[in-house]
Design a protein around this ligand. Structure first.
Ligand code: HSE
Length: 438
């Protein structure tokens, strides 16, 4: 039987994991697909590093375009990342009628709508399970397992680097820069750590799954994104006193006329299951109208967990080829002509609970001046802490609010920053009390 021919482009960490599974589980995969897979090419600029496998002659090449030009290659596995050459290669592969597997969330977040249209027009599958949450099968879950649900919300920890950093600050009381250095030394952060720590990587992922969940186009540009670089050990300690942990959450909710889609540091109660997802692990709760809440939990990155998701995509494509059923599954879960835009709600309209920390002079009347401004903007305080007593300098005054509107909070913070008894900008952290799977 003629095998299905694969061309892998980019043999770094994840690519190497893919090769290892393809070689070590050749028979298992053939048994599960019904047709053998043949890894015809592995293209990488570095053709000499030891990847723990022995490539047959002619497999390891340094010219990615050879993969695209070869008419025998059925499936291109893009593992180089970024938006430059990866985009050109994927476009060319689709135009040549090749199926594509990618884990490239940045590329999908920015160019996914067009690439998916191209894939449909060319009758090929473009699949991307490994782009969100590493090994967690969130794409398949949304596209297939939950197809009988209206998804109401998704709340996830989708960036392992940030979760690791926040876990280190929480456990060791160290500051952000030190925790980031530890994440980099351990090899967790992206090549450009800004993508992780400023929340963009999580927002790329949220853009993809939000489209899948609600039948909308991918809309990365309108996702509110705030990273963790200003989170301090002090705020994490105060959070604990109020019964919360701080996590970088990717939150998306279907509010009917609009969608909420936002990534920001968030306080969640200790008894929220996500507050116990630590280190580099990822997790996501999905709430559907039929299933209620479900939880996916696992390694969001790393060689073998991510390769596991890539292999699942390769097998899907191969099974479709075996059954002559390419394009059977709509790539964004909804049939392309039924995808409808739905606006993402501006963050200014968010209504949630908030944590504030002010650095204030410790003198009579300060608290009432702060409270006066909050009252003017309709922000009601649910509890207050003021620690320490200093005759000079400032003391932290921390507060947790009842439901308040983001636009009011911003105006109140501007006004409070202007008080002569307040130093610097107040710290504002949103609180998520919806306690899924507690
Ligand atoms: N940089 C990502 C993370 C891993 O830290 O989770 C791949 O998506």
């Amino acid at each position: 039987m003629e095998p299905i021919h694969l061309g892998l482009i980019g043999c770094g960490t994840v690519g190497t994991g893919v090769v290892r599974i393809l070689y070590s589980k050749r028979q298992l995969l053939a048994d599960r697909i019904g047709i053998p897979l043949n890894l015809k090419y592995v293209a990488d600029l570095d053709t000499t590093s030891d990847r723990g496998v022995t490539f047959p002659p002619g497999v390891m090449i340094n010219d990615a375009w050879k993969v695209i030009r070869d008419p025998q290659v059925d499936v291109v596995i893009e593992m180089i990342g970024g938006e430059g050459m990866a985009l050109e290669l994927i476009e060319a592969a689709i135009e040549k009628g090749k199926h594509v597997v990618t884990a490239n969330k940045a590329l999908l977040a920015r160019h996914g709508n067009r690439l998916l249209e191209m894939a449909v027009a060319n009758g090929v599958d473009l699949v991307f399970e490994a782009s969100v949450g590493g090994c967690m099968p969130i794409i398949k879950t949304l596209r297939e397992s939950l197809v009988g649900n209206r998804v109401k919300s998704m709340i996830g920890i989708l960036n392992g680097t940030c979760n690791y950093i926040l876990s280190r600050i929480t456990d060791e009381g160290i500051e952000f820069q030190q925790a980031l250095a530890q994440a980099q030394a351990a090899g967790y952060a992206e090549a450009d750590p800004e993508l992780d720590i400023e929340g963009l990587d999580a927002a790329h992922k949220l853009a993809i799954i939000t489209a899948l969940a609600y039948g909308t186009p991918i809309d990365f540009d309108n996702i509110y994104t705030e990273g963790i670089s200003r989170i301090t050990a002090l705020d994490i300690q105060f959070a604990a006193q109020f019964g919360y942990r701080i996590k970088l959450l990717a939150i998306s909710k279907d509010n009917g006329d609009t969608i909420e889609a936002r990534v920001h540091p968030t306080m969640i109660p200790f008894d929220n299951i996500l507050s116990n997802v630590n280190g580099t692990l990822n997790a996501i709760t999905v709430t559907g109208d039929a299933v209620g809440d479900i939880l996916l939990y696992g390694h969001g990155a790393g060689m073998m967990p991510t390769a596991s998701a890539v292999i699942a995509d390769i097998v899907d494509i191969a099974r479709n080829l075996a059954a002559r059923a390419s394009g059977r599954l709509p790539l964004l879960a909804c049939q392309p002509d039924k995808i409808r835009p739905k606006p993402i709600m501006p963050i200014s309209r968010l209504v949630t609970h908030y944590y504030f920390r002010f650095e204030a002079k410790d003198q009579p009347g300060v608290l009432s001046r702060i409270a006066g401004i909050l009252g003017k903007y309709g922000i009601s305080i649910s509890s207050v802490h003021q620690k320490g007593r200093k005759s000079e300098g400032s003391v932290p005054v921390v507060m947790v609010t009842h439901f308040a509107r983001e636009s009011d909070v911003r105006q109140a913070m501007d006004a409070i920053s202007g008080l002569d008894v307040i130093h610097g900008r107040p710290v504002v952290i949103r609180i998520e009390n919806d306690n899924h799977l507690e």
